[in-house]
Design a protein around this ligand. Structure first.
Ligand SMILES: [Zn+2]
Length: 408
């Protein structure tokens, strides 16, 4: 009798902490969670809508479900018994891959994540895997044609009770520790493209000075390849970025192309194999300016130097591409008109740095009436400055998170 009572007591004592642990809500480990491009060829990453992968790290397995809703296309992930209080979606690594992410408690005991998608997708795979006491939920998304997008039929029901957007801090996010080189193209004897009395050199300098103020307000250290109307050789622009210890080089242009060939903001990343005709024309234009300045182009890099540069670029290139994507997604959110293919590859010399992520941003094309009107409109420039500054701080946050992952 006493033995039985003792055993019962023992069972109760053992069970109590176990039950208490189960009653505690599960936690999302933001550090191990991410929204990332699914592995794909670089051409897909540069040119196509990309496959995405959402990974959520949880401190224990929980019941879950994932489905799509439409208008706009969104991925909904419901998790039972997970407490997301105090977790900021903006801290999710790669949150900038999606136009918007919200989460919060949904029904009693359930939390809901809503990820706005950059286009129509399908859920290719979804599964929860346990690793020791922890669990990883992976949802793989593949882009589909608009006609093949099949959101959940009861979309209206799924839309009810969406969590309110998480409270965002009022002050713009800051990016201390980041040094950026802004490179307004052309200058001095080289006005760049021209339209009437407007020159590309003057327009991009105005924009660069406005962007510098916005970045400095966010705690970013800004170096400029020029802050007045002077000519700077292409090589010297890269050297300036390296000398200032910059983490990022942003070259700013507003070139001209024959009528109808180009309109809207375009971001270029390094791609020596690009066979795009417009990009080749622009590359020639930029280099001809240097030839005119009496500068010999270093066309004959030897094989070893090239191999070393390619090796360094394996690390730099995806980071340049990540920044390019952030730029275009932020511009789209701010209502900036984008080129039909907003991220492109080109063999621009100024993008050649193997060790500094670099992009060339065509703010617009001076040869296009709308683009020219935008470039000379302070209100439009203010929106563009905001978009670029947001992309820059977002990119730096991702860089910090990436560096943190590499250290551990
Ligand atoms: Zn230019």
């Amino acid at each position: 009798m006493r033995l039985r009572a003792l055993l019962l007591l023992l069972v109760l004592l053992l069970a109590a902490p176990f039950q208490a642990a189960q009653a505690e809500p599960a936690r999302l480990a933001l550090g191990g969670s991410a929204l990332t491009p699914a592995p794909a060829g670089w051409w897909q990453r540069v040119f196509g809508p990309e496959a995405l992968q959402l990974q959520l790290a949880l401190d224990r397995p929980v019941p879950w479900r994932a489905f799509l809703v439409g208008d706009p296309a969104r991925l909904v992930v419901d998790l039972q018994g997970v407490d997301l209080t105090g977790q900021d979606p903006a801290q999710l690594f790669g949150h900038d891959m999606a136009p918007a992410i919200r989460w919060g408690s949904f029904r009693r005991g359930w939390s809901r994540l809503v990820i706005e998608l950059p286009g129509p997708y399908r859920v290719a795979r979804a599964g929860l895997r346990t690793q020791g006491p922890e669990a990883r939920l992976r949802v793989a998304l593949e882009p589909v044609a608009p006609d093949d997008f099949s959101p959940r039929p009861s979309a209206a029901a799924a839309l009810r009770n969406l969590p309110e957007p998480a409270q965002m801090p009022e002050a713009p996010p800051r990016a201390p520790g980041l040094t950026v080189t802004l490179d307004p193209g052309h200058g001095g004897f080289d006005p760049g493209a021209q339209a009437g009395t407007d020159t590309e050199a003057a327009l991009v300098l105005t924009f660069a000075l406005e962007l510098r103020r916005a970045l400095e307000a966010r705690g970013v250290t800004v170096a400029m390849t020029r802050d007045s109307d002077v000519y700077v050789r292409l090589e010297d622009r890269m050297t300036a970025a390296r000398a200032s210890g910059s983490h990022l080089l942003m070259s700013l242009h507003a070139d001209a192309l024959p009528q109808g060939q180009a309109a809207g903001a375009t971001v270029y990343v390094w791609n020596p194999a690009s066979d795009d005709r417009a990009a080749a024309q622009l590359a020639l234009r930029h280099q001809r300016d240097d030839l005119l300045a009496g500068m010999n182009l270093r066309g004959q890099d030897d094989a070893l130097a090239m191999a070393l540069m390619d090796f360094a670029r394996m690390d730099t290139q995806p980071r340049s591409e990540a920044f390019a994507r952030l730029l275009t997604s932020r511009m789209a959110l701010r209502g900036i008109g984008l080129h039909g293919r907003p991220v492109q590859g080109a063999a621009f010399s100024v993008l050649k740095s193997p060790d500094i992520p670099s992009v060339l941003l065509e703010l617009g094309f001076i040869s296009d009436q709308t683009d020219l009107a935008n470039l000379t409109d302070p209100e439009w420039r203010a929106r563009m400055v905001e978009a670029v500054a947001e992309a820059t701080t977002g990119w730096w946050r991702d860089e910090q998170a990436r560096a943190g992952l590499l250290r551990h």
